[in-house]
Design a protein around this ligand. Structure first.
Ligand code: ZN
Length: 199
């Protein structure tokens, strides 16, 4: 299983981090070990002092596919909200030096997954609350590259296999969290995860 992540897929988020709006999807990956297993506690990593949440819609791949050109949505069968945790200080250093992002994004427990939902037709809303207050609100209507374009594009480079996950990018409002914070993800108005940041 692999985790494919999309960067800068919402213009307002690209701008808040001072990045250009991309002409094609920005892709990076996390290994399967980055997924927080169900029932495990999340711990604030020792190598960062600026851990950021990034709430994202996550698609589950259901069918093997390579160089997909049509019916891209037939290759996914479920959706939820997850977090692409990012060590923002580590990422800033790596970006400055032009180095890969893995140490900032692909570490153990850096991928959080909510409960799976059926994929609805039309616009999808999602949000993240921190300690009960809304911090991120997203809608598929504001994605630069919609799901079918992402799936087709990803599969030009990487064969999709059942069980792979696609994190489709975060909207504006990313920010820091500290030990003791409670993060709650919502798909439409349905709570799909509740995560405590342990020291
Ligand atoms: Zn992200």
């Amino acid at each position: 299983m692999k985790i494919i992540c999309v960067g800068r897929n919402y213009a307002a988020h690209a701008q808040e981090l001072g990045n250009e709006v991309p002409e094609e999807p920005v892709l990076f990956m996390k290994p399967s070990t980055a997924l927080l297993s169900v029932g495990s506690d999340f711990h604030y990593p020792v190598f960062t002092k600026d851990l950021h949440y990034e709430a994202e819609l996550v698609l589950r791949v259901s069918k093997r596919g390579s160089r997909i050109v049509s019916d891209a949505m037939n290759y996914v069968d479920a959706i939820t909200v997850g977090i692409d945790f990012t060590a923002r200080d580590v990422q800033a250093e790596l970006k400055k030096k032009g180095l890969p992002w893995e140490k900032a994004k692909a570490w153990d427990q850096a991928a959080i997954l909510g409960k799976w939902q059926a994929i609805p037709e039309g616009e999808i809303h999602f949000s993240l609350n921190k300690n009960g207050n809304p911090v991120q609100q997203g809608s598929t209507n504001y994605m630069i590259f919609p799901f079918d374009i992402l799936i087709a594009h990803i599969s030009q480079y990487f064969t999709l296999e059942p069980g792979d996950l696609i994190y489709t990018g975060t909207p504006a409002g990313v920010g820091p969290c500290v030990a003791g914070d409670l993060l709650e993800g919502y798909f439409e108005n349905q709570s799909v995860f509740s995560l405590i940041i342990h020291a």
